[in-house]
Design a protein around this ligand. Structure first.
Ligand code: COA
Length: 282
């Protein structure tokens, strides 16, 4: 499959339609197989930088996959061997006013970064090279991050006279601790994959050739479980970052709600009958 994809990656603006129900995207390759969807951001000549069009397409694609009952886990990666995403597209905002800058950030949060974090299906970021600025912020919006050994991560925004605007000032300290985040943000320096692993910014580091296999291995474990319970679990864990919600109370409510689902009946019945559950996601 990788060989097949590599063929397409050499050409920019390729539309890959996985099946008749999948919408066409000029900057994304989308492939679905056995309940796992793979999204590849396909703008390799610009190191997959996020311009407005890419953000719009990712937003639509994630919403579509969330509604797609045949998909239970999503893997997000970048085209080529060099970059996951090298950041927001600098050429697009270089002349922005204060209002335009604020709107760019607000729109990005709403359309993509918070959308991904709150998606009811797990999203795995397979970081296959540079994940800088908006690229690292996108990976941090995902639920699980794994990296290839050549990956380099950083938030270089202050070197451009701006600050991280797609959640980086909030999600990085939550993942690596405030001290490390302050150092990464104020020095604008990149860290390598080994340091990212040591910081807890990524869960696994593997040779680049094994990255997608590792992502699929994790996805394969996820899709065996109840999609409904996974959606509830994501919501409960995300309550940690929501100051308006008591996370423990959220957990209590969602725990109770789970008892009313078909997946709970199936999971417990299958256990008692000593068979594998057949979860329908209801
Ligand atoms: N926005 C727009 N274009 C970008 C980009 C970005 N964030 N990152 C890379 N590109 C473009 C480059 O302009 C170049 O385009 P060109 O060939 O038309 O000139 C192309 O991608 C390849 O990048 P290049 O800089 O030549 O690759 P490199 O291997 O020398 O350097 C990086 C790689 C990642 C170190 C370097 O591209 C970089 O510093 N990018 C910006 C990172 C950044 O600051 N991101 C945060 C934005 S808020």
């Amino acid at each position: 499959m990788r060989v097949f994809l590599d063929f397409f990656l050499r050409t920019e603006h390729v539309t890959f339609v996985a099946n008749s129900k999948t919408m066409a995207y000029t900057h994304l390759l989308v492939e679905k197989s056995e309940q796992i969807a793979e999204i590849t951001i396909n703008r390799p000549d610009k190191l997959n930088a996020l311009n407005r069009e890419v953000i719009d397409q990712l937003s639509r694609c994630f919403q579509e996959l969330e509604q797609d009952g045949s998909v239970r886990c999503i893997i997000l990666t970048g085209a080529g061997e060099k970059a996951f995403v090298a950041g927001a597209d600098i050429s697009e905002f270089a002349n922005f006013s204060v209002e335009q800058g604020r709107d760019l950030s607000e729109e990005g949060h709403r359309k993509l970064f918070s959308l991904v974090e709150e998606l009811n299906k797990p999203v795995i970021a397979a970081v296959n090279g540079f994940a800088l600025g908006g690229g690292l912020e996108l990976a941090m919006g995902c639920h699980i991050r794994i990296a290839s050994d050549n990956a380099r991560m950083g938030l270089p925004e202050v070197s451009l006279g701006v600050i991280p605007g797609y959640g980086g000032t909030q999600r990085l300290p939550r993942l690596v601790g405030k001290g490390r985040a302050m150092e990464m943000i104020t020095t604008a320096q990149m860290i390598n994959a080994e340091t990212a692993l040591n910081y807890g910014l990524v869960n696994h580091v593997v040779p680049q050739a094994e990255l997608m296999d590792k992502a699929h291995e994790i996805a394969g474990k996820i899709i065996k479980n109840s999609p409904t319970a996974i959606g509830f679990a994501i919501q409960a864990v995300n309550a940690l970052d929501n100051k308006e919600v008591d996370g423990f109370q959220e957990e209590i409510e969602l725990f109770g709600e789970a008892f009313g689902t078909g997946d709970f009946k199936e999971g417990t019945t299958a256990f008692l009958e000593k068979r594998k559950p057949d979860f329908k996601g209801n």
